[in-house]
Design a protein around this ligand. Structure first.
Ligand code: HEC
Length: 334
């Protein structure tokens, strides 16, 4: 929910790791593996090790706030636990390890040009490990009404599902891309837990009814719930978060495999905490080399939280959707 309240937008670029072409070095098990490539001036590289040896398929994250905007670079370790963070602008970074089966390691400060070996921290229990699983894994714990609950039984014969929803498939469509997911994922921390700050309620169902009225989209969230049939939908959401509060955890996702380990993700934050940037564009997907290294354009979602719009206007928008010229990668690293 942070994007809606704090409204930072991260621009993400995915590339292929430079070391994908470096020949594999065969390493005897009793020796620590060599770093993937020798660190030159603008890289940080090394080996990630856990209690049982090199950790393969875990993320190494480097983050700094010393540049024009917050900057993050993320890579994945190879099958010998080696990583290489390439093309880092000059700054001091906080570097740590995240991965399935682990908890985040304590961040280490480092500057480019260094070899930095890191230690992975194994999660103490399934719950601690699951904290990092993708939202979709948590969403998979939801129990939608059984097929037998749909049909021409009328108002309460079907447990409170709307008679207009004719099948389980239609329910799932509204729950996912037709309604809730059209705006945001379900299963993120902000949706799978009911915050204490929301207040005290006589039931989880009552808490859900209240929380769905939150913020500028409250009306639309209640609208989607009514479309499903409020009674059955709120019972489903309450049952989901009750089981999670009681300790239910999703299945463990697989770690990145094969070429997934060659990915390099670069993120630049842009805008500021008061801006509600809803969409951004950097090129034309039919012609993706257009505007290479060029400006990135963002668009505010109209609404009461939109007062920051004028600060960002590039003078090219309409009242309802102003195109704002905000981020420029040149400002960050060139
Ligand atoms: C029109 C877009 C939209 C739709 C559709 C939508 N949401 Fe939201 N939702 C939002 C926004 C925006 C927020 C952030 C509200 C805020 O804090 O200002 C939010 C917040 C939430 C929260 C966190 C509220 C809190 O503070 O505890 C939950 C939970 C949630 N949505 C669930 C749902 C569910 C379930 C559905 C489908 C029934 C749904 N949403 C449909 C836009 C939407």
């Amino acid at each position: 929910m942070r994007t809606h309240t704090a409204s930072y937008v991260a621009v993400m670029v995915v590339g292929l790791a430079a070391f994908s072409t470096v020949p594999r070095i065969r390493t005897p098990v009793h020796q620590p593996p060599e770093p993937a490539a020798r660190s030159d001036g603008d890289t940080i590289g090394g080996v990630v090790t856990g209690p049982s040896g090199p950790e393969a398929g875990v993320w190494v994250i480097a983050e700094t706030s010393e540049l024009a905007t917050k900057f993050v670079k993320i890579v994945v370790t190879d099958d010998q636990g080696r990583y290489l963070l390439p093309d880092l602008p000059k700054a001091t970074y906080r570097v740590w390890v995240r991965g399935y089966g682990l908890v985040d390691s304590r961040a280490v400060r480092a500057t480019p040009g260094r070899t930095l070996n890191l230690t992975a921290v194994v999660a103490p229990d399934a719950r601690a490990a699951a904290h990092y699983y993708p939202a979709g894994y948590w969403f998979s714990l939801i129990r939608v009404p059984a097929k037998s609950e749909f049909g021409p039984t009328g108002a309460d014969g079907n447990g409170g599902a709307s008679p207009n929803v004719r099948s389980q498939a239609e329910w799932i469509r509204i729950l996912k891309s037709g309604g809730c997911w059209a705006c945001h994922q379900l299963g993120s921390l902000g949706t799978r837990e009911i915050p204490k700050a929301l207040g005290t309620f006589e039931s989880s169902t009552a808490a859900w009814l209240r929380r769905l009225q939150s913020g500028q989209a409250g009306g639309q969230m209640i609208g989607t719930v009514s479309q499903l049939g409020a009674k059955r939908a709120l019972a489903m959401f309450a049952d989901w978060t009750d089981r999670i509060a009681g300790g239910a955890v999703p299945p463990t996702p697989p770690r990145p495999q094969g070429i997934e380990r060659n990915v390099v993700i670069t993120e630049w934050d842009w805008a500021d905490p008061k801006a509600y940037l809803h969409d951004e564009v950097s090129t034309d997907r039919r012609n993706p080399t257009l505007n290479a290294n060029g400006s990135i354009y963002g668009c505010h979602e109209p609404g009461p939280a939109d007062s920051a719009r004028s600060q960002h206007r590039a003078g090219r928008g309409t009242a309802d959707s102003s195109l704002a010229l905000l981020g420029h990668r040149g400002a960050v690293d060139q």
